[in-house]
Write a protein that binds this ligand. Structure first.
Ligand SMILES: *Cc1c(COP(=O)(O)O)cnc(C)c1O
Length: 389
C-alpha cells in the first residue's frame, strides 16, 4: 500500500513560496521571461520550462509527478480527459498500416476511436477474451499494439499481465492498459512489463464527480514521444484548476479506496445468493482462474461491478432501475454517489447481444455510502421489480 503523504511532502516542497498547505493553482495561460536569455532558453526547452500552459504548467506538472510515482512509472503526462489521453497515445504510437488488437471489452469510445482511424490506414480487431493464448493467435504480421483493460469494462474480467507482456516483447508489440478500474493504487501494470498505463482521472483520482481529466504513465522515451506529438498536436490540455482538484483527490485516494474495497465485498456477499440476480460481474466473485489473477495482480478491489437480472425481461429491468433510491441513474463513476447504468438504452438490444452481454445487464458503482444502505437499496429495488412487495 502506498502512503500518499510521503509523495505529497517531497514533491510539493518547492511549491511552497507562501507556506501554503495546499498546492498552488497556477491559473495562467502564459509565463513571462526575465530577459532575452531566459526567453531563448524557454523556446529551446519548451517541455522543461514554463512557457505556455498548453505545454507545461506547474500545477499540472505536480499532478504528473505524483501519478508517475504512484504508478511506478518514470514519467506521466496529464490530459483534459481520459479520452484525450487515449487519443494522444494512439495517434502517437501508431502509423498507417499498423494493426491493433483491442482486447477484453475495452471502453466503447476507445473502440470507436480506433475504428475511426481506419480512414488513416490503421486496422483493428476486437478480441473479447481473457485467454492470452487466444490473443496470441489473433496477432498478425502488422500488429503493433495490444490495447486492453484488466479488469475489463462491463464484465470486469482479468488478463495475465505478465504472460501478455512477455509475449508482446518478443514481437516488439507495444502493450497499453487502461487501468482506471483499479486506480493507481490497486494495480501496477508497469511492474509486470506492460508498456503504457492510461487512467481516466475523472473517476477515482478526481473522486468527487466534478472534473474530467486523464493521464498516461510510461517510460521516459514513450512519454517524450507522446508529449511532442499527440499531446501538443491534439491540445487536450488539462486546466490547472482541474489538476488542482485531481491533486486534492489524490490526498484522500487511499482512504476512499480502502473504503470502497471493503464496501464492494460486503455488497457482493449480500447479493451472491439472491436468486433474482443471475450473475455478478466483479473479480471478487469470479471463477477460480479469475480469482487467482485478482490475487496475483490486485492489491485491493475497485467498486465498479455489474449485475445480470435472472431473466431477460426488460420491464423488470426498467422497474428495478426506477425503484433504486440511493443508486442514481447516470454515467461515469468514482465519486461519492453510487450509480447504476443499464446497458439497455431503449433500442440497442441487437448491439447488447453482439457484445455478448445479457439484456438485463446493469453496470453499478458502489460509492462512499454505508454498505448496508447500498445493500438495502438493491434488495428493495429487486423486491419491486420481482413483485415480492
Ligand atoms: C471513463 C472512462 C474512460 C474515458 O475517460 P474520460 O475521462 O471520460 O474521457 C476511459 N476508460 C475507462 C475505463 C473509463 O471508465
Amino acid at each position: 500500500m502506498e502512503y500518499i503523504e510521503n509523495i505529497c511532502n517531497e514533491v510539493e516542497k518547492r511549491q511552497r513560496q507562501y507556506h501554503a498547505m495546499a498546492p498552488e493553482i497556477v491559473m495562467t495561460s502564459s509565463f513571462f521571461f526575465e530577459d532575452f536569455e531566459d526567453f531563448a532558453y524557454g523556446c529551446s526547452n519548451e517541455f522543461d520550462s514554463y512557457v505556455y500552459t498548453r505545454g507545461t504548467n506547474p500545477t499540472v506538472e505536480l499532478l504528473e509527478e505524483k501519478l508517475a510515482v504512484l504508478e511506478h512509472g518514470e514519467r506521466c503526462k496529464v490530459f483534459a480527459s481520459g479520452m484525450g489521453a487515449i487519443s494522444a497515445a494512439i495517434i502517437t504510437l501508431l502509423k498507417a498500416q499498423d494493426h491493433v488488437l483491442l482486447v477484453n471489452t475495452v471502453y466503447g469510445a476507445t473502440v470507436s476511436l480506433v475504428r475511426y482511424f481506419e480512414k488513416y490506414g490503421v486496422s483493428c480487431e476486437v478480441v473479447n477474451t481473457t485467454d492470452v493464448d487466444e490473443i496470441i493467435k489473433r496477432v498478425q504480421e502488422h500488429t503493433r499494439m495490444i490495447y486492453f483493460e484488466s479488469p475489463s469494462s462491463q464484465k470486469f474480467e482479468m488478463i495475465d499481465l505478465q504472460k501478455l507482456a512477455a509475449f508482446a516483447k518478443t514481437k516488439e508489440i507495444v502493450t497499453v492498459i487502461d487501468n482506471t478500474w483499479a486506480s493507481p493504487l490497486y494495480q501496477h501494470p508497469l511492474d509486470h512489463g506492460i508498456d503504457v498505463v492510461i487512467h481516466s482521472c475523472s473517476k477515482y483520482v478526481g473522486g468527487h464527480s466534478d472534473i474530467v481529466c486523464g493521464a498516461i504513465i510510461s517510460r521516459k522515451e514513450i512519454i517524450s514521444q507522446i508529449e511532442e506529438k499527440g499531446y501538443l498536436y491534439l491540445g487536450a490540455t488539462c486546466s490547472p484548476m482541474n489538476a488542482f482538484l485531481a491533486l486534492r483527490g489524490l490526498r484522500t485516494l487511499p482512504v476512499r479506496m480502502r473504503n470502497v474495497h471493503e464496501t464492494i465485498q460486503k455488497v457482493i456477499d449480500a447479493l451472491r445468493e439472491d436468486k433474482r440476480i443471475e450473475k455478478i460481474h466483479h473479480p471478487y466473485c469470479g471463477d477460480a482462474k479469475q480469482k487467482a489473477l485478482a490475487d496475483k495482480y490486485l492489491t485491493g478491489y475497485g467498486s465498479l461491478f455489474a449485475i445480470d437480472l435472472a431473466d431477460d425481461d426488460l420491464e423488470k429491468l426498467k422497474t428495478f432501475v426506477n425503484a433504486l433510491q440511493v443508486f442514481t441513474l447516470g454515467v461515469s463513476w468514482g465519486g461519492f454517489e453510487s450509480l447504476a447504468l443499464p446497458v439497455y438504452k431503449g433500442k440497442n438490444q441487437e448491439d447488447i447481444v453482439k457484445r455478448g452481454l445479457k439484456l438485463t445487464h446493469v453496470r453499478m458503482y458502489a460509492g462512499l455510502e454505508h454498505p448496508d444502505t447500498l445493500i438495502q437499496d438493491i434488495k428493495q429495488a429487486l423486491d419491486v421489480a420481482y413483485g415480492t412487495v
